[in-house]
Design a protein around this ligand. Structure first.
Ligand code: BES
Ligand code: ZN
Length: 600
């Protein structure tokens, strides 16, 4: 199974594009470091500034960079302007910025400004924050949005270290996916400096600016949030140091110095994002009972699988997420027992089945190793790389046995630290370490065929079967025995196995018995609201409206709009909420919601 990681996309033999989502050309000079100097302008909703791109070696000739929505003001080398040319605007890739470098170029400085519509940024009005007093800005660069913040080789193969100077209004604090390197007051503004010494893929560039305060959880772990939520956040995530210790036992030493977290305003479109040294988290994790902290275990595990060893392109995304889900569940087992781990796999099985169903007509998106030329990675996103990927990792472990697999993981970490690799490189390594293993587990089917192989690992547990049976036998008014003592995961599994449509009386009784509409755990709340709204139980409509008017996490927004689509009254409500709220949605959330509402 030897194959080159470099694939040709063009007939033109003088160019080597290896990522369908980037103009990065492997034959051209490579960037090794960025020096960013940014001014964050909340009035105009733009970042204005410059970047100096340092090259691996003195170079000359063409250099192609990715940009999207950027206005490029000047490109200079050693203080001299150089010619540059912006290509056609591709709806997915954006515009290629082609520079002609004079001989001996070691660094290029580009002065530019972002667009107020930059997909990688969301600018929030004070009302969209918890405190309500100050505006907020955050970035989300994965998969291919770093190019809306900075002109760069926006391909994970071109890793860079970076320094940054970020000037913000004096009342606000800036954090980045980097170590802090000082701050100073400058006129009207406050300037924060950052240093990221390790080479990272561009999608891990991250910035947030707002009214922020930090609380230390351990000498190397701190949580940041708005002042009104920071104590709640510190309580919720108090166990994070224990996660770091467990993850180190699994994968080797934590290599990123600090593990800090930032709790964002509710419009953040994901549950979490593994920005190095500063994981970004949705505030919907603040359930008040620490029941959603597995998301932190997941983002932390990316410090190894994803941030140390990175998918070369979005076509190899399963390498990031499959390994990380597997690791997250292993951390869960070590801390909370085998039963908790199997319930985690059970929740995953459900998400996997939903994604397989969603891509029924696009089976090519159910491969682990995908082919995404012409496909927006945000449209290809699903639970498949996560859950099918994690099951493939579990299949490898099942064959090798736990101990041998642990040694394999350690060797994998050593071999590919700080590298961005393809599925083919991964397979070559497996074959080298354990000849015959890929064939034994049927890797060909896992990686290159749609759906799930028939011998995929299935995780059983007595508890799971009890809960499924209880839910299967549910009838109106029947109180599920022992429900008061259930964990959040148990209740969630029970709800997931109830019928999708139940009578109005059934809804009312269930809500009264289990207090579902008042739950602080959003997984439970949203699962319930989907059943209730999908059943036409209008008593939950105000709650649905409240949630969809603030929360932007796509994992919740998608099923809720879909559930509303099941009844005429729900459709009216969905249309109305969308019309009212969509200007305030993150652009990714807006696209997901719009796609659903338009099909009503
Ligand atoms: N890296 C992802 C989030 C992501 C993926 C952002 C692709 C943009 C493009 C993050 O690690 C993640 O998987 N988050 C999950 C957490 C869950 C699996 C525990 C989420 O947001 O739900
Ligand atoms: Zn992840």
């Amino acid at each position: 199974m030897t194959s080159s990681p470099i694939r040709e996309h063009n007939a033109d033999m003088s160019s080597h594009r290896l990522d369908p989502h980037s103009y990065f050309d492997a034959l051209q000079p490579r960037t090794r470091h960025w020096d960013l100097s940014w001014n964050v302008d909340f009035q105009r909703k733009v970042i204005q500034g410059e970047v100096t791109l340092y090259l691996v070696e003195a170079s000359r000739g063409s250099l192609d960079l990715d940009t999207k929505g950027l206005s490029i003001q000047a490109c200079t080398v050693a203080g001299q302007g150089i010619p540059f040319q912006l290509g056609e605007d591709d709806p997915i890739l954006g515009r290629r910025l082609r520079l002609e470098l004079p001989s001996g170029t070691v660094a290029i400085t580009i002065a530019y400004e972002t667009s107020p519509e930059a997909i990688g940024l969301q600018w929030l009005a004070p009302e969209q924050t918890a405190g309500g007093r100050q505006p907020f800005l955050f970035s989300q660069c994965q998969a291919i949005h770093a190019r809306t913040l900075v002109p760069c080789q926006d391909c994970a193969v071109a890793r860079v270290s970076y320094d940054a100077r970020v000037t913000v209004p004096a009342a606000l604090t800036a954090v980045m996916s980097a170590g802090p390197a000082g701050e100073s007051l400058e006129g009207e503004g406050r300037t924060f400096r950052f240093h990221m010494p390790q080479p990272i893929p561009s999608y891990l560039l991250a910035l947030a600016v707002g009214e922020l305060e930090g609380r230390d959880i351990s000498p190397r772990v701190r949580v940041w949030a708005e002042p009104v939520t920071v104590d709640k956040a510190a309580w919720e995530f108090a166990g994070t140091e224990a996660f770091v210790a467990k993850a180190e036992a699994l994968f080797g030493p934590y290599d990123w110095d600090r593990y800090d977290m930032l709790v964002l305003p509710p419009s953040f479109p994901y549950g979490g994002m593994e920005n190095p040294r500063m994981t970004f988290l949705t505030p919907t994790l603040l359930a008040g009972d620490r029941s959603l902290v597995d998301v932190v275990a997941h983002e932390l595990a990316h410090s190894w699988t994803g941030n140390l060893i990175t998918n070369a392109t979005a076509e190899h995304f399963w390498l990031n997420e499959g390994f990380t889900v597997w690791a997250e569940r292993r951390i869960l087992r070590v801390l909370h027992g085998a039963e908790a781990e199997s319930l985690g796999w059970a929740l995953g099985q459900r998400a996997l089945e939903e994604s397989l169903e969603r891509f029924h007509d696009q089976p090519e998106l159910t491969l682990l190793r995908t082919h995404l030329a012409g496909v927006d990675p945000d449209d290809a996103f699903s639970s498949i790389p996560y859950e099918k990927g994690a099951r493939f990792v579990a299949a490898l472990e099942r064959d090798l046995g736990e101990e041998t697999f642990a040694a394999f993981l350690a060797a994998y970490m050593r071999r590919f630290r700080f590298q961005s690799i393809t599925t083919e490189q991964f397979c070559d390594f497996v074959e080298e370490q354990h000849p015959g293993l890929l064939a034994r587990v049927g890797a060909e089917a896992w990686l290159h065929q749609p759906g799930l192989p028939a011998d995929a690992p299935v995780f059983r547990s007595a508890r799971l079967e009890e809960l499924t049976a209880l839910a299967g036998g549910w009838s109106v008014g029947q109180r599920p025995a022992g429900a008061e003592a259930w964990s959040a995961t148990e209740l969630l599994i029970y709800l997931q196995h109830l019928p999708r449509e139940i009578s109005l009386e059934g809804c009312e009784r269930l809500d009264a018995q289990l207090g579902l509409s008042q739950r602080g755990n959003y997984e439970i709340l949203v699962e319930w609201l989907c059943i209730a709204a999908g059943s036409g139980y209008a008593a939950v409509f105000p709650k649905v409206r409240e949630l969809l008017s603030s929360v932007g996490r796509m994992k919740y927004v998608r099923p809720l709009y879909q559930a509303l689509g099941r009844t005429a009254a729900g459709k009216d409500l969905g249309r109305e909420i969308f019309a009212q709220t969509s200007p305030r949605y993150h652009s990714l959330t807006r696209r997901v919601a719009q796609g659903i509402v338009e099909k009503y």
